[in-house]
Write a protein that binds this ligand. Structure first.
Ligand code: F6R
Length: 614
């Protein structure tokens, strides 16, 4: 998730506005940053790896004058984090500069065509392809900038928010959006641009939220013009935005955690983009295909991870074993690294980590490497240590996770593990085509199902008020729901400091049942699946001991409601995909209980977002 800022005016210097804007957007991602400035002498681009502060250091002795500019903070997708791959990117002649948030899926094909025409590329990014294409069209067809952008966007598949500067049109910024947010701020004889309102609100509260397919032309001395790709003029609404800065950096949410819970539909769409082909019901993880033989021949898979990532691994184990018929061991990285484990060269080790920096997981990767295993990473932070240490891997692409309690990374990890299992099972021939197609079809609908679950937010908040009194909680689930129970309990512990335990539901009678009394809330995942009847009897056992049951049920269920004190309905999906929907209300429950208890949700005591020490 990158950040975009732009400014065009006559009386103010652009550079300080752009730098401040980048700092406000830094929460979106920060492996590198850059700025393009237009002044009487020309178009200058300055870029640096690292934070916005590194860009400022780099610019100290540079000419940063000019009243027109665009700037970008990057969270790498294509190409490693580096000054070269940072945005803005010049076109070949250096007359154009572009910044981009999103992914151009068909960039390789366009790049090949342009290279065939003799155009040289300076970076590994998908973004540079777009600016080169615009210039090629502009020069080749002698088109004005706007028309060239429209023609280029016609050829592009993917998601984007872009902004372009042209040395030969120094009074104009062109911006366009498809599936990536972009906001235009309207000032007095000046325009502002941002990925969200945070870089703009200080200067104007008049904003236009661009819609998918909108192209904005910000030309000095003219009104804002918004057209579509066919050049039809549109009349977008101008909103008066009533927000303070603190709020908008969280997108209007009171906490990053809540924002990240609500972002999950969009995050999972990004995670699946370019990997799932809905039309052909097909999934491809290119990293797996590139190392096909290593993975097909694996005699065993070992997954190493910590915390929430370890819970995702437990779900991955079940789906990989079911579909690929390979034994999968799930290991706490911290135990694995000190245990002299049996690891052979015919094993594949999967390391799962949101941050890509967890010290124990990194050490487990190094150990497995020494023992000759092939290492596959599933991470979120691009260019972090674990992806660099692995043989190959897949990014979950859910954008920076700021809240300390992991939410969207968990569902992203489970989504990637599901795609991993599907790709490998197809390659090994261990899955029947009808089952494969059904899972792919259902997986593609998960973002919409999570949207539906998010509508229960008010119900969950009311429920949270009722249960704030509790000092202990038990979470129960079976099969695919058991790791969900563990994850629900972990979320509650970390942010509300209530003691909570997750158990496989049937294990309860082997000990934990002694804890049940009328004060004990028990969260039971009791959806329609193979274990439904069994879980119902577990629930009877709790009720017989006056426990208070909060049940997650499939939509329309009437049996459970008769037993439970409260129910949260979930849309139906396949059992193996249920964790993706069932985890969401448990994230919300933990969140609302912590808020009711007045806890610091985004920075709980004693916890760090990335555990880089043992
Ligand atoms: C829980 C949480 C932690 C992390 C764990 C591993 O909400 O955030 O349990 O999951 O520290 O972190 P990563 O995934 O970055 O390796």
């Amino acid at each position: 998730m990158c950040g975009i800022v732009g400014y065009i005016g006559t009386n103010r210097e652009a550079y300080p506005i752009l730098i401040k804007g980048l700092q406000r957007l830094e929460y979106r991602g920060y492996d590198s940053a850059g700025v393009a400035l237009l002044n009487k002498k020309g178009l200058n681009i300055y870029k640096a790896k690292g934070k916005v502060a590194d860009l400022q250091d780099y610019c100290q002795d540079k000419d940063t004058s000019g009243t027109v500019g665009i700037a970008h903070t990057r969270w790498a997708t294509h190409g490693e984090p580096s000054a070269t791959n940072a945005h803005p990117h010049y076109s070949e002649s250096k007359n154009l500069a572009i910044i981009h948030n999103g992914i151009i899926e068909n960039f390789a094909e366009i790049k090949r065509n342009l290279e065939g025409k003799g155009i040289e590329f300076r970076s590994d990014t998908d973004t540079e392809v777009l600016v080169q294409l615009v210039e090629y069209i502009q020069e080749r067809k002698r088109l004005d900038l706007l028309t060239a952008v429209q023609v280029a966007l016609h050829q592009v598949i993917g998601a984007y928010a872009i902004a372009l500067l042209d040395k030969n049109n120094p009074d104009t910024i062109i911006a366009a959006r498809k599936q990536s947010p972009l906001v235009v701020g309207i000032g007095d004889g000046e325009f502002f641009l941002g990925s969200d309102a945070s870089p703009i609100i200080e200067y104007t509260d008049k904003m236009v939220y661009l819609e998918d397919g909108n192209i904005a032309v910000m030309k000095l001395g003219e009104e804002l013009k918004v057209v579509n790709i066919l050049n039809e003029e549109l009349s977008p609404a101008i909103h008066t935005v009533d927000l303070n800065l603190g709020q908008i950096e969280k997108g209007g949410y009171p906490h990053f955690m809540l924002k990240e819970i609500f972002e999950q539909p969009e995050c999972l769409t990004n995670c699946m983009r370019g990997r799932i082909n809905v039309e052909h019901n097909h999934v491809t993880l290119s990293a797996l295909i590139d190392h096909r033989s290593k993975l097909i021949d694996a005699k065993r898979i070992i997954i190493v991870a910590c915390g929430t990532s370890w819970h995702a691994a437990l779900i991955g184990k079940q789906i990989i074993e079911n579909l690929c018929r390979i034994p999968v061991n799930v290991e706490y990285a911290s135990e694995f690294r000190y245990r002299n484990p049996v690891v052979r060269s015919c094993d594949v080790v999967i390391a799962i980590s949101q941050s890509g920096e967890t010290a124990d997981t990194l050490a487990a990767v190094e150990l497995a490497k020494e023992k000759g295993a092939f290492i596959y990473g599933i991470c979120n932070a691009i260019g972090s240590s674990i992806p660099r240490a692995t043989d190959t891997g897949t990014y979950i692409h859910v954008g920076p996770e700021i809240g300390v309690a992991s939410t969207k990374a968990f569902t992203g990890q489970v989504t990637v593990l599901t795609m991993f299992a599907l790709t490998l099972a197809e390659a090994k021939g261990t899955v029947a085509n009808k089952d494969y197609v059904k899972i792919v079809e259902q997986l593609a609908t998960i973002p919409d199902k999570i949207r539906e679950v998010l509508k229960t937010n008010d119900t969950v908040r009311d429920l949270a008020r009722t249960f704030t009194y509790a000092h202990n909680f038990i979470y129960l689930g079976r099969g695919f729901s058991y790791p969900v129970a563990l994850e629900g309990a972990l979320k509650l512990k970390e942010i509300s400091y209530i003691h909570a335990e997750g158990y496989p539901a049937a294990e309860m009678k082997h000990g934990p049942i002694a804890l049940i009394d009328s004060d004990m809330p028990v969260v039971v995942i009791a959806t329609h699946n193979a274990m439904y009847e069994k879980v119902l009897s577990n629930m009877q056992e709790i009720k017989a001991r006056q426990g208070r049951v909060i049940a997650l049920v499939s939509k329309g269920d009437t049996m459970v409601s008769r037993l439970a004190d409260a129910v949260i309905e979930l849309p139906e999906t396949m059992e193996c995909l249920e964790p993706l929907v069932a985890t969401v209300p448990l994230q919300l429950l933990a969140y609302h209980i912590a808020v009711c208890k007045g806890k610091n949700v985004d920075q709980p005591r004693n916890l760090a977002k990335s555990v880089t020490v043992e």
